[in-house]
Write a protein that binds this ligand. Structure first.
Ligand code: NIG
Ligand code: FE
Length: 413
């Protein structure tokens, strides 16, 4: 492979790095290449090898990693990071025994964030979100999915998606998701089908026309929307060739994951209450299971997602922060890796795959990012650790030394 007569050319060459490539074709834990080198040209990975296979090279910049570990940039494939206000008082209420569903049914929960988000102007919403995003960038995130769903009216849903799109200014890849079917807005109280009409007949067409969303999501639950209502939303999305995904089986088994699979969804998310049939349907459709231990932890759930069934049927498992002001006020992707191991029984390798390779798959970005492989975007994180399991092991003590997005090391203070 090495061109013996001509020196290899790179914009940047990382040397003396331990590479956790997460490439499933490399037969080693974490797809590891110890004592390796990785070259970048024009924002793409153009070379990966052991140091000893690196012969003659020329480069603008040579970075000696001194034995640090390099991983793919992290992919957080499920967030609600754009929101106004916060719900610390509901957290207190829940600690006093009031349930998430009781708070929601009394007009709090998602609807209290809807009120705060509607009231906030676009610039302030961007500023607050951008500040929140810094934590993710410090922990190596190079791709983030961002949902709407705290507007539940046309202007606020558009405002949220525009803010989400603007986050690319913060040097990160953003995938936006329209989540109009998140909760029933107060002005449609007792008229859920009329609200679904609005989502399907007005919101989805407008958002598609403005090209503001890369996917469409919904919340299928007793306290939100029924499978029949979500089916209508998915049909509308299909008309505009928008991929779908679903909050499914979080608090009860509604058959949402099966419905998502029927529509070839990119992912079904949460899934604590999914049954074996649902898992089989996901396996058949190639739908990724996105597990969200942050929400499980905050809501003090006891029913765990059936990790063994996902393994048995070969359903790929992604992990995400679900960053939101209600069920998962978490801005630390690494904490999620830890929780997946301690709460859900993931191995550290499965956890890291869940927030790199499989996270990318859940966003339809499998060929672009999520592993260290030739030809992919040079989205990298370099960590001062001695073993990749440390990314799941420490809570509160690891930040990236370098975070490289599309080959560039941009500061984000
Ligand atoms: O993913 N489950 C529904 N949606 C969010 C929670 C939103 C909220 O409580 O504000 C979730 O957990
Ligand atoms: Fe969510």
């Amino acid at each position: 492979m090495t061109q013996k007569n001509k020196p290899l050319e790179f914009d940047t060459l990382f040397i003396n790095a331990n590479l956790a490539t997460m490439d499933p074709n490399i037969d080693a834990p974490y797809g590891a290449i110890e004592n390796g080198a990785l070259g970048v040209k024009d924002g793409r990975i153009t070379w990966i090898s052991k140091m000893c296979d690196l012969l003659d090279f020329e480069g603008e910049e040579i970075l000696d990693c001194e034995g640090d570990w390099m991983t793919p940039g992290l992919v957080d494939c499920h967030t609600h990071i754009v929101f106004g206000g916060n719900r610390a008082q509901e957290f207190e209420q829940r600690l006093n025994g009031v349930s998430y569903a009781e708070i929601a049914n009394a007009g709090g929960g998602i609807l209290s964030t809807v009120k705060a988000t509607r009231e906030m102007n676009s610039q302030d919403l961007y500023q607050e979100t951008s500040t929140r995003l810094i934590d993710f960038l410090y922990q190596g995130v190079t791709t983030i999915e961002v949902k709407s769903g705290y507007g539940l009216d046309m202007p606020t849903e558009i405002k949220m998606l525009e803010v989400a799109r603007r986050l690319t200014e913060d040097h990160v890849r953003v995938r936006t998701t329209f989540l109009g079917a998140h909760a029933l807005p107060p002005e449609y109280k007792d008229r859920p089908d009329d609200y679904i009409d609005l989502v399907c007949d007005e919101m989805i067409p407008k958002i598609a026309e403005l090209d503001l969303a890369d996917a469409v999501d919904g919340f299928c639950e007793n306290m939100a929307f029924s499978p029949a209502q979500i089916r209508r939303v998915f049909e509308a999305a299909k008309k505009y060739a928008l991929p779908v995904k679903l909050h499914a089986e979080q608090l009860s088994n509604q058959g949402g994951a099966k419905l998502a699979a029927e529509f070839g969804a990119l992912s079904a998310d949460h899934l604590e209450y999914i049954d074996e049939d649902g898992v089989k349907a996901m396996a058949k459709a190639g739908t990724v299971a996105v597990l969200l231990p942050g929400a499980f932890y905050y809501l003090k759930e006891t029913q765990k997602p059936p990790v063994d069934l996902f393994r048995k049927y070969g359903v790929p498992m992604a992990l995400a922060t679900d960053c939101n002001p209600g069920s998962s006020p978490i801005t630390s992707p690494l904490l999620i890796l830890n929780m997946a191991c301690t709460l859900f029984g993931f191995t550290p390798e499965e956890a890291l795959a869940g927030m790199t390779r499989v996270g990318a798959q859940a966003l339809g970005l499998k060929t672009e990012t999520g592993t260290l492989e030739m030809g992919k975007s040079a989205d990298l994180a370099i960590w001062g650790i001695e073993h990749p399991a440390e990314l799941c092991y420490w809570v509160g003590d690891v930040a990236t030394g370098y975070r490289i997005f599309k080959g560039e090391d941009k500061k984000y203070e």
